[in-house]
Design a binder for this molecule. Sequence first.
Ligand SMILES: Cc1ncc(C[n+]2csc(CCOP(=O)(O)OP(=O)(O)O)c2C)c(N)n1
Ligand SMILES: [Mg+2]
Length: 331
Amino acid sequence: MAGNPFPLNKEQLLQAYRTMRTIREFEDRLHIDFSRGDIPGFVHLYAGEEAAGTGIMMHLGASDRIASTHRGHGHCIAKGVDPMAMMKEIYGRKGGSCEGKGGSMHIADLSKGMMGANGILGAGAPLVCGAALAAKYRAKKGGPSDVAISFVGDGASNQGTFLESLNLAAVWNLPAIFVVENNGYAESTSREYGTAVDSYVDRAAGFGLPGVTVDGTDFFAVYEAAGEIIKRAREGGGPSLLECKMVRFHGHFEGDAQTYRGAGEIEDNRANKDCLKKFAAAVTGAGVIGAAELTAIDHEVLGLIERAVAEAKAAPQPTLADLTTDVYVKY
Ligand SMILES: Cc1ncc(C[n+]2csc(CCOP(=O)(O)OP(=O)(O)O)c2C)c(N)n1
Ligand SMILES: [Mg+2]
């Protein structure tokens, strides 16, 4: 057996792969089921971006908090939200993460530190300042040194809420991290059309925050950069920004004809920028994990997603009486 050149042991590497594969299968299944008309509402898929959410969340526990985006399924799964309950939620059924009343863009599970997906761009960042302030206060009183992480897309990074949050986090020296998931598009608009600076590190510097840019399709690059900035935040070193450059495999939303994509772009993304393929090649190439072990996980995950869909389809819809529950207090 060759030595392990990775910063994670074998069990952790398998866990990382299982998480990324679960996100991918979950998303690919939603793609199919949405096209059949089985799923109500709007769905935005995270497929292709799995390494970012997974590489970051591997450093977090349940009491660390995150705020997600409209493209939130991957963040939820990586943060430990039950995919069975998520599938029911997306199908709008009882037993879903929010009892089927939120749907894809409102999945939340506070028991896992998942404060919510969010249909409003940039809305998670101020929430994360609040969560980070609470964490800082608790740590001062002898509690755990928790962090709070806001995910934001390249488009949403231009929202005032996001920019104000960077300033507030820096001024208050909060244990907050701002992750810009730069997939090059805001809906159909290329990043260059809407953002003047090339580097989010420069933007962070303008607010007094350290920043780092990584290849978001490389799990290990994300894992290492996130580890450093999360450790710094836990130790009182304050907020940071992490830019993950990545690609999205599907359209902006399900049903998007993607006429704005360059020739061969999607094929290139899938062939050369697939974070799962890259991860698998790295760990098998180093002789740390056998291809058969990954295949076994693939089968296990497929089974899980099959069960999730079957259970979701069999679950009842919320009733009219459910409409007025969980509005304020239960969460
Ligand atoms: C405040 C606000 N403005 C506009 C929209 C409409 N909208 C939804 S997603 C989106 C593009 C988001 O792009 P980006 O932040 O890069 O995230 P991505 O979809 O690429 O993951 C827009 C403009 C919205 N949901 N909220
Ligand atoms: Mg984007």
